[in-house]
Write a protein that binds this ligand. Structure first.
Ligand code: SF4
Ligand code: SF4
Ligand code: FES
Length: 230
């Protein structure tokens, strides 16, 4: 039988089954916490860190990723403090610098309040969110791709760089990747480190339509399906 606990998130009492992550509990109640590497049907690895919150214990708070933190009775979570917003904005800025042409990342960054990017653009084609690796391993049980290398050389690849026979060619790894959304046509070139806001205009439209979460503009697999506001 499911055991439920009560958690306080930004002043709201949220009731969730034990074992649920704080992020999932918040999403279920329409409290939007930005997230990129989290996918509802996959395990969480805390890669993007966008979902950070303050976990308050005995008056002291600790910043942690909400997708890897499970709910506990009486837990107090602050998801939108000035400190969290500042840290999240910086994380989103770093993601944009890493993949400036990703429409998905631009959308999330705009939502986090990023207008300009202070870091040099690197134009990488992967932000190491691990969505592809997890869908391949956990849904298809194929393990046809994985992380390879360390530090700045870390990337996703097939074993020995060759597509193995056991790859089911399902295409899910591509579909679930935030880098494969049709790229933004904004001014994302070296020397033009700012966000054009075109995506934001779409977010503004969605703002007026509660119920259509567009944190990521990535469709069902990416968003929580709800939108309440921040
Ligand atoms: S296409 Fe191959 S590598 Fe990609 S998710 Fe499917 S089985 Fe895994
Ligand atoms: S290839 Fe795409 S889905 Fe896979 S880790 Fe990189 S950004 Fe994430
Ligand atoms: S969604 Fe929690 S770290 Fe990425």
């Amino acid at each position: 039988m499911l055991q439920y606990v009560n958690v306080n998130i930004d002043g709201a009492t949220v009731r969730a089954p034990k074992g649920t992550s704080v992020l999932d509990a918040a999403i279920e109640y329409g409290i939007c916490i930005p997230h990129l590497c989290h996918v509802p049907f996959l395990s969480d690895i805390g890669a993007c860190r966008l979902c950070i919150v303050e976990h308050v214990v005995n008056g002291r708070s600790e910043v942690t990723t909400s997708c890897t933190l499970n709910v506990e009775e009486g837990m107090v979570i602050r998801a939108n403090t000035d400190k969290i917003r500042r840290l999240r904005r910086n994380l989103a800025e770093l993601l944009v610098a890493q993949a400036p042409n990703s429409r998905a990342i631009q959308d999330i960054a705009l939502r986090c309040g990023v207008k300009e990017v202070r870091y040099p653009f690197r134009n990488e084609d992967c932000v190491l969110c691990g969505r592809c690796v997890r869908v391949c391993t956990e849904i298809w049980q194929a393990r046809a791709i994985g992380f390879v290398g360390r530090g700045k050389d870390r990337h996703v690849d097939f074993p020995f760089g060759i597509r193995p026979d056991f790859c089911k060619q399902c295409g899910n790894c591509v579909q679930i990747c935030p880098m494969t959304i049709p790229p933004c046509d904004g001014p994302m070139k070296p020397g033009e480190e700012y966000l054009c806001g075109k995506c934001e205009s779409q977010l503004m439209i969605a703002d007026e339509t509660p119920g259509s979460c567009v944190w990521c503009q990535l469709g069902e697999g990416f968003g929580c399906g709800r939108y309440v506001g921040v």
